[in-house]
Design a protein around this ligand. Structure first.
Ligand code: DGL
Length: 267
């Protein structure tokens, strides 16, 4: 049995999942995290489901070797393609970001729901399935926004280029009069200012980070695996490449300081 003071593993294709890690740190201050950003292989969005699934299993195996007690898949693309197989094969609980985000979108009120994400997430239909599970009559308008990830990874959070591309991508959602838009990629919360400006004040933006942190807290509590006092040690941040870029932008995604980034090569 893994100790309650063991760390929680969190991973993403890059630094986007730090938005989820930030929410975990705020909601679960006793827990210690090991965050893995697969910066050598980002982006996952355009890659095939099989490739993303292989990456997700490689990272999870490494996290299990580090002694984690649970894994949070802080990447919508990896959740969409790999969550069922990770949950089937890993010896620890695995929490994804899609279902908590879908539930939060339905809870935001009636009306058409927009979903934006990477090409892989949108093509998988994972959000539509998760939303229809809780609201079978919901109208959903989905839109892949492949350029948002590089814009966020470049730190162009509030930039004319981001605004121009957002107007193009979000036009079908505006035409459908969506009342809620799910930010179905963990990089997108960094573009929130521009997205809110283009969509207008009537539209509620759902960021699955805090919903995922709540789902993680509930899972740990239910399994009696939550840390009861501050876990020993420090949070670890690991990148598969380019740790300097991770460190430079990562703190803005996390909303807290990152002292050090380790480099680990997988595959
Ligand atoms: N941040 C990731 C997601 O939530 C993936 C971005 C990418 O690697 O394309 O889908």
């Amino acid at each position: 049995m893994v100790s309650t003071s063991a760390p929680i593993g969190v991973f993403d294709s890059g630094i986007g999942g730090l938005t989820v890690a930030g929410a975990l740190l705020r909601q679960l201050p006793h827990e210690r995290l090991i965050y893995f950003g697969d910066t050598a292989r980002v982006p996952y969005g355009p890659k095939s489901p099989d490739t993303v699934r292989r990456y997700a299993h490689e990272i999870s195996a490494w996290l299990i070797d580090q002694g984690v007690k649970a894994i949070v898949v802080a990447c919508n693309t990896a959740t969409a393609h790999a969550l069922p197989s990770l949950q089937r094969e890993l010896p620890v609980p695995v929490i994804g970001v899609v279902e908590p985000g879908a539930r939060a979108a339905v809870a935001a009120g009636p009306g058409p729901i927009g979903v934006i994400g990477t090409a892989g997430t949108i093509a998988s239909g994972a959000y539509a399935k998760a939303i229809w599970q809780v609201a079978p009559d919901a109208t959903i308008v989905s839109q892949a926004c492949p350029l948002f990830v590089p814009l966020a990874e470049e730190g162009l959070f509030d930039h004319p280029a981001t605004r121009l591309i957002a107007r193009e991508y979000l036009a079908p959602l505006l035409a459908a009069h969506v009342h809620t838009v799910v930010l179905g990629c963990t990089h997108y919360p960094m573009l929130r200012t521009v997205l809110a400006e283009v969509l207008g004040p009537e539209v509620t933006l759902i960021d699955s980070a805090s919903a995922t942190a709540s789902a993680t807290a509930a899972t740990l509590a239910q399994l009696q695996m939550a840390a009861t006092s501050p876990s020993p040690g420090v949070h670890r941040f690991v990148a598969s490449d380019a740790p300097a870029q991770f460190l430079r932008l990562g703190q803005r995604f996390l909303g807290a300081a990152i002292e050090r980034v380790e480099t680990v090569t997988l595959g």
